[in-house]
Design a protein around this ligand. Sequence first.
Ligand SMILES: [Zn+2]
Length: 616
Amino acid sequence: MDYKAVGLVAGIEIHQQLDTQEKLFCRCPTTLRETADHSGVFFRNLRATESEMGEIDRAAKEEMKRDRKFQYYTYDTTCLVENDEEPPSLLNNEALSVCLTIAKIFSMTPIPQVHTMRKLVIDGSNTSGFQRTALIAVHGTLPDGGEIETICLEEEAAQRVKDDIFSLDRLGIPLVEITTSPCMHTPEEVQQVAEYIGMVLRSTGKVKRGIGTIRQDVNISIAGGARVEIKGVQELDLIAEVVRREVQRQKALLAVRDDLKERNASASNDDVKNATELFRDTKSSILKKAGKIFALNLMGFAGVIGREIQPDRRLGSEMSDYAKVCGVGGIFHTDELPAYGITADEAARLREFMHAGDADCVIIVAAAGEKQAACACNQVILRARMALEGIPEETRRMLEDGSTAYMRPLPGAARMYPETDVLPVMIDQKRWDKVVVPELLTTKTERYSLKYEIEPNYAAKLASSERLPLFERAVKEGIKPKLAAFTILSTSTELRRDGVEIRTVPDDAFLSIWHAVQQGKAAKEAIPDLLRSVASGSTVDDALNKLVPSISRDELESIIKKIIADRTDFVQQKQKAALGPLMGVVMAQVRGSVDGKVVSEILRKEIEWVLTGKGK
Ligand SMILES: [Zn+2]
């Protein structure tokens, strides 16, 4: 597709958790906990009051359609600030430093006086009903000419455990929010920019790693379309696909609008009827369960509701998403009937009951009661009217394959107000000048590849590895770069796949093991066993003593002789190819206490001797 021709305009917002010692507004650690370890629980009702807000935001209004009570898990690593029972303390200075570093890499301009603001969030993910955020710097540049608009420091939201239960361990972890201008025009460009920003963030060495620690929101519109924000894309590889599918959706919705206009289609509240009686003897299990069944005639919508607008998504799916806000499971429409146990005969009677013409589509809403049914019908009418206009401005969430579903209206601009409990922070020229820009991981990769003769692929992996600081320390202490790189990338990965808790092995243990190997106290081959031993709680010294009883050359020779003597048939049969399998047998017996090279040398001689009687 020619994305320039459709007028694609996209921007991204990246949220990255920082790996600081403490949270943003309290001194609690930033460690995540197992929910089973929670030490307390409390409940809270969240409401946005008119007096606090002036005008209630449309996204907040949407949330308030539901009456909700939230439950929170507390831990011995959370405090009264997370509970919103104590005012926040000063903005975390370490987090501010990391944020300034990132800002400087993008050549941004810092805000001289940083003010913390409150952003209304009443989906329960914050105990206070708002999220604190502080604008730190503005106007940055990307290498390809794109622009970073802002960088903010924010507090991470509480983690949803399930439904309306949240866990407070994550609440308050410092988060940087980087917003680009709408400067991208193809799906691939969006992906590249997201990858670049991710690389810059990791270059600081101060960001959390792993699933959920970085989240991308993508803003997308096409010519004649509307701004749509897709929230929480966690898989970087999917970003381009998400953009492609959103362009497809917006184009399809514009075509839908043109068709509907041509047909003079309309959606009116006057066309809603209580159809409960009509389905009294239905075999459809969903309709049977419903307290009330309402039907709604959409004039001129026949065939349009069932039209695919994204893989596995129809206009009907969008209407269904809107109806779900009222608590119903979804909707049916005559474009898809007969189905779901609703017969052709029932569909025909429904059309008659609704006075629907051939060009009309009838929507069925199955609800618990009248109020809920009416709410869902209103939502469907709302969405149908939007279809007549084109594309609604929305916040959407990503589905597994890159398609999206409606979440809530796009928030308005009236969401921020000052946080008076947190003092402003000054960023003067002196502080800004002191900010040191770190070497970017891309530069690092090139350097490793050239200086240490590490393959470029391997070097890139190393540069983005969580053990990168260990590698740098090792090289500084005289450990051979290739040995360190191999242990960090290959050996560790193999051990992890084997179920070894390699993450628990401290950097110092790695270093001691490498030094032991380089001093000849242990063979390279012993490294996996040594790491395994340390991971299960042993000290490096104990591991060395246990695994590496020193074996003299004489002892080794007699071990090898014995092994070969037991397998002369095998040696005769395999000839020189017996070396490989026998290496394995010997190494297993000496448990890595001897260098593989020495073993192979002796083995080769002994095999030669068995085969030819020569070589000794
Ligand atoms: Zn705390």
